[in-house]
Design a protein around this ligand. Structure first.
Ligand SMILES: N[C@@H](CCC(=O)N[C@@H](CS(=O)(=O)O)C(=O)NCC(=O)O)C(=O)O
Length: 208
């Protein structure tokens, strides 16, 4: 049956999942759990949190576990064990920066934004270096020559940081080209032109 993505109407930790599904032509149903979160949805979730993916009668939470589950099922996890390990490594690096971003947005935006943006080059440099060794600026793939789930997560991370700090990729030509390759993917381009994408806030508190 069809997958169901259960999340709030925000990009947040769901957008990499949505873009992976859309770009790979994988049909899914979007369920907005914001309407009755506390009573109906939160109690069903293993950690009381969302996003969640329902795969028939299998319910999975944790955004990175969802990305990996879809990657295993749909061939988006590299071609060798080493590639899979590098994809995991990069995705974990994305998670580290995403967690810092989430903390800024929800707990320290007014006082922490300038310092966060000043430190952003230090956070992006490792990705620039990692992607400079395999032609990711041309292929759009952070590992090997085929897109993986980490590409959707890393590209979404760059996407939300370009909103926060528009010039943040100016000193990172590889990352900038890699991000442009992502935006030019037919499936991504098409999805980003939908009203569903355009009207969806990045975060739940209106800050970006
Ligand atoms: N580690 C989890 C974090 C999930 C999480 O923090 N979810 C938030 C929503 S969001 O921050 O991802 O937008 C949530 O369910 N909050 C509601 C609640 O905790 O009751 C993941 O990666 O999925």
């Amino acid at each position: 049956g069809k997958y169901q993505l259960i999340y709030f109407n925000v990009r947040g930790r769901g957008e990499a999942i949505r873009t992976l599904l859309k770009d790979n032509g994988i049909d899914y149903e979007e369920i907005n759990c914001g309407n009755n979160w506390q009573k109906e949805w939160k109690p069903q979730m293993q950690f009381g949190q969302t996003p969640a993916l329902r795969d028939n009668d299998f319910l999975l939470v944790q955004s990175n576990a969802i990305l990996r589950h879809l990657a295993r099922k749909h061939g988006l996890y590299g071609d060798t064990e080493e590639e899979a390990a590098l994809i995991d490594m990069i995705n974990d690096g994305v998670e580290d920066l995403r967690s810092k971003y989430v903390n800024l947005i929800y707990r320290n935006y007014e006082n922490g934004k300038d310092e966060y943006i000043a430190d952003l080059p230090n956070q992006l440099q490792p990705f620039e270096k990692l992607l400079s060794s395999n032609g990711a600026d041309r292929s759009g793939c952070c590992v090997g020559t085929k897109c993986s789930f980490a590409d959707y997560n890393l590209s979404d991370l760059l996407d939300i940081h370009v909103v926060l700090a528009p010039k943040c990729l100016e000193d990172f030509p590889i990352l900038k080209a890699y991000y442009q390759q992502y935006l030019a993917r037919p499936g991504v381009l098409e999805y980003r032109e939908t009203e569903a994408f355009k009207q969806r806030p990045i975060n739940g508190n209106g800050k970006q």
